[in-house]
Write a protein that binds this ligand. Structure first.
Ligand SMILES: *[C@@H]1O[C@H](CO)[C@@H](O)[C@H](O)[C@H]1NC(C)=O
Ligand SMILES: *[C@@H]1O[C@H](CO)[C@@H](O)[C@H](O)[C@H]1NC(C)=O
Ligand SMILES: *[C@@H]1O[C@H](CO)[C@@H](O)[C@H](O)[C@H]1NC(C)=O
Ligand SMILES: *[C@@H]1O[C@H](CO)[C@@H](O)[C@H](O)[C@H]1NC(C)=O
Ligand SMILES: *[C@@H]1O[C@H](CO)[C@@H](O)[C@H](O)[C@H]1NC(C)=O
Ligand SMILES: *[C@@H]1O[C@H](CO)[C@@H](O)[C@H](O)[C@H]1NC(C)=O
Length: 752
């Protein structure tokens, strides 16, 4: 096998080939072909092959053929005689729990049933309210370089709350500070510097700390300003700070921070340095991964020296879970570093922090709030253990005026609703093969409501009530009967009615199979499938109707259709019930005919129409009889009417015949007249021509015509052309004639 691209690593070749094969497999995984595989031995196998496959567990279904034949498209199974109640198939159900309702997200509860290979779609509507309360938590890096920023935070509170009145119903602020993990080498552990890291500069600073929660959410702006004024800076050694560690605490310590459940939540991180990431703290001897829990004691983060920084994924999960939008207000130099970080945190915003500019910080918050709210996205999370067994696709339907970006809508205005079409599909069953429920959470980013989707994955087959899920997997001489320890029971176990010969046949298995242990094993035919207890059935040797064997309403037994109830006819094409013949007035064929194979056959040939409802003559008859004067009748008016009807019949017929005769006559006379007129015209023109031919130079032409011995007046004019077409094989005399024809002064006729 040659490989593309040439000269590449052989492993790459294998990979490429696998990819190609996978694509092929995916492409062919439609239609009936995918269900029919000799390897399918049980119901579970069958349903795993695709959502379109079904398994028939009817006991005698396709008796004599391999068990894999029980797996097919449901319509094929039904056509081969499997009762609908014996068909196990992938059922995809989506049920919406209407008992739960939300103001912003609906529905709140959905339960769906899936099988491997199947998928289900549902819609989640996310409505943005006009106004939300807003909680804003300032998480400020208080390392020495942040002194200026801390100073102008003091003036922010009141101004910001004034600016935000047009966007939110009320604004609450909170405050927390962080530096870094208080261990070496991130801080100096010299005794003189532990308590005052700024001792070198003769400034009084506070000790370094991982995170201090300072002010819980409050609407009292003077309280906020008072607390900010009390803040003092701290110091550490290395450049990056422990911002992400502090963010996680601020997000998960709901009670201490006092996030309001009904509020939109912004967590604003102010820093002028990059942040430490997970695994960074190994240098300080901290190797325990973060557990994602709140570790605040007296508003001091106690886990800082025990646990590593959280990973970005962990932080992102916790922010989502607590409906928190994060805003990064960073110094210009660090902008790029955070730009990449923000892309990994859904619902986050990045703004540049200008030095000595309080208005800038206010604008930043207002912008962030507007931007974050106008962007509506959902995060769909599947339980950890089941994540590999499902796939999810999200496609938003954005309201007018907004634009779609991948899986979210941006530019959504307050009061608008965004719809998300969410499709959940199942790849596989859990390893234990049990049916179990998996919870999928659809959480609009930053919203306090979410949709809980309970996915019930069906992995086994119920095969109620008989349990033939994988019957007849063994050969007809089933292993149980032949096992030595059952030897003496053998005869009891065998169905005494077992035989390979149908009543009235003198060959086994209709001579289309072999008899093994009293059971027919039907032969394979290229024409189709042979099956049945005596191999008497097949799917190819019966009449077709509407391109379906036995019209799709019967099974083919010994070459004849055995129709389902409600159908009859050689190819089961005729419904037995006459409903199709019922005319709108409720009678069968308007009472004027019989229903034959679902169609009306009228008794009286005068009647016509789909339901024999039409009869032009009958109407005329009635009209005539109405006007008949019955007073002269000897036997009474009623009798007169009857006789009238009887009499009118033949008269009508006669008149009809007469009138049609008249029509025919007119037609014939018109024909004759036309022919006569034609002849007259031809004769006249001929006369004219001859007259001119006799005039000077016309003699030779006259001779030419007389040679043919034909009456020239009847030669159709089109002959002039016909001759020209026969140039390939010109009969000499015709050619001559042709030459002479143009010499005839025919054109002169038109020059008069
Ligand atoms: C709807 O949700 C409620 C609360 O979770 C639950 O008690 C109830 O059984 C659910 N109803 C349905 C039909 O799933
Ligand atoms: C707001 O905070 C200030 C200072 O802490 C306090 O004096 C005042 O009583 C508070 N106002 C309200 C309404 O709680
Ligand atoms: C979510 O927020 C809305 C709007 O602020 C509020 O009406 C609702 O009560 C909140 N829901 C919960 C569960 O807190
Ligand atoms: C939702 O998505 C699925 C899969 O892409 C699609 O089949 C279905 O038609 C969509 N439904 C709507 C209402 O757009
Ligand atoms: C054998 O056939 C008879 C009559 O057709 C039937 O009544 C009986 O139930 C059958 N026995 C078994 C074990 O199928
Ligand atoms: C004769 O039949 C016509 C229509 O069938 C009816 O309208 C009319 O009344 C009848 N005449 C008599 C005298 O019964």
């Amino acid at each position: 096998m040659t490989c593309w691209p040439p000269r590449s690593d052989p492993r790459l070749c294998v990979l490429l080939c696998c990819a190609v094969l996978a694509v092929c497999a995916a492409a062919s995984s439609t239609g009936a072909g995918v269900c029919q595989s000799p390897g399918v031995a049980s119901c579970t196998d069958c349903l795993c092959r695709g959502p379109q496959c079904a398994w028939c567990f009817q006991k005698d279904f396709l008796y004599g053929s391999e068990p894999s034949r029980r797996c097919d498209l449901p319509e094929n199974l039904r056509r081969r005689g499997c009762g609908s109640e014996f068909i196990e198939q992938s059922e995809v159900k989506v049920e919406i729990n209407a008992t739960l309702s939300g103001t912003q997200v609906s529905p709140r509860g959905i339960s769906i049933t899936l099988r491997p290979g199947s998928q289900a779609s549902f819609m989640v509507a996310v409505k943005q309210l006009q106004r939300y309360p807003l909680d804003l938590y300032y998480l400020v890096d208080v390392s020495a370089s942040m002194q200026e920023n801390l100073n102008h935070l003091k003036t922010v509170g009141v101004a910001l709350s004034l600016r935000m009145t047009e966007h939110t119903s009320d604004l609450w602020l909170g405050f927390g500070s962080f530096v870094d993990k208080p261990v070496s080498p991130y801080i100096s552990v010299h005794p003189s510097k532990i308590n005052n890291p700024c001792s070198d500069y003769e400034i009084r600073c506070r000790p370094a700390h991982g995170f201090h929660h300072v002010l819980s959410m409050t609407g009292n702006m003077s309280e906020f300003t008072r607390v900010i004024k009390r803040q003092r800076i701290s110091g550490n050694m290395d450049t990056p700070e422990g911002g992400l560690d502090a963010m996680l605490q601020a997000a998960v310590c709901q009670n201490a921070v006092g996030w309001r459940p009904e509020a939109k939540r912004l967590l604003l991180l102010m820093t002028d340095q990059p942040s430490h990431l997970a695994l960074d703290s190994r240098l300080g001897g901290i190797v325990v991964p973060h557990d994602g829990q709140c570790h605040l004691e007296n508003n001091v983060y106690t886990g800082s020296t025990r646990m590593d920084h959280p990973s970005l994924g962990q932080l992102s999960d916790k922010l989502l879970e607590n409906n928190i939008h994060s805003v990064f207000a960073v110094e210009k130099q660090q902008y790029q570093w955070y730009e990449e970080l923000v892309q990994l945190l859904p619902g986050s915003y990045l703004g540049k922090l200008g030095i000595f500019q309080a208005p800038n910080l206010i604008d930043l918050v207002v912008d962030a709030y507007k931007r974050l709210l106008s962007e509506v996205a959902v995060s769909v999370s599947v339980e950890d253990l089941a994540v590999s067994r499902f796939w999810v696709s999200v496609s938003p339907i954005c309201p007018q005026g907004s634009t779609r970006k991948d899986q979210s809508c941006s530019g959504v205005q307050p009061g608008q609703t965004v719809y998300f079409n969410i499709t959940i599909g199942q790849h596989a069953c859990s390893a234990d093969g049990k049916d179990n429920d998996v919870v999928v959470l659809v959480h609009p980013v930053g919203y306090n409501e979410s949709t809980v989707v309970r996915v019930h994955s069906k992995c086994g087959c119920k095969c109620r009530p008989t349990g033939h899920c994988n019957e007849d997997v063994q050969s007809p001489c089933s292993s149980q009967e032949l096992r030595p320890d059952h030897g003496h029971l053998k005869d009891l176990n065998i169905d005494p009615n077992r035989s390979c010969r149908a009543d009235g046949w003198n060959v086994d298995c209709s001579s289309r199979g072999v008899c093994e242990c009293g059971k027919c094993v039907c032969e394979q035919s290229r024409l189709g499938l042979i099956f049945g207890k005596y191999c008497e059935m097949d799917d190819f040797s019966c009449p077709y109707n509407r391109e379906l064997l036995c019209g799709g309403h019967g099974v083919c037994v010994s070459g004849e259709c055995v129709c389902q109830e409600g159908w009859t006819g050689e190819s089961c094409g005729c419904p037995t019930s006459p409903t199709t013949c019922q005319s709108p007035d409720g009678f069968i064929c308007s009472g004027q005919g019989k229903c034959v194979c679902g169609k009306c056959v009228c008794d009286d040939p005068q009647h016509s129409g789909e339901f024999c409802e039409g009869c032009r003559i009958c109407h005329i008859k009635r009209e005539i009889c109405k006007n008949v004067d019955c007073s002269h009748s000897l036997k009474g008016a009623e009798h007169c009417n009857i006789t009238c009807a009887q009499l009118v019949g033949p008269i009508e017929d006669l008149s009809e015949r007469v009138s049609s005769g008249r029509l025919l006559g007119t037609f014939l006379s018109v024909c004759v007249l036309t022919v006569l007129c034609g002849l007259v015209v031809v004769a006249v023109s001929q006369l004219l021509m001859q007259k001119r031919a006799r005039s000077p130079g016309g003699a030779s032409a006259e001779g030419g015509y007389h040679c043919t011995g034909k009456d020239v007046s009847y030669i159709p004019r089109t002959n002039e052309k016909t001759v020209t077409y026969r140039r390939d094989r010109p009969p000499d005399h015709l050619l001559e004639m042709h030459i002479q024809v143009p010499k005839m002064p025919l054109g002169d006729l038109w020059q008069y």
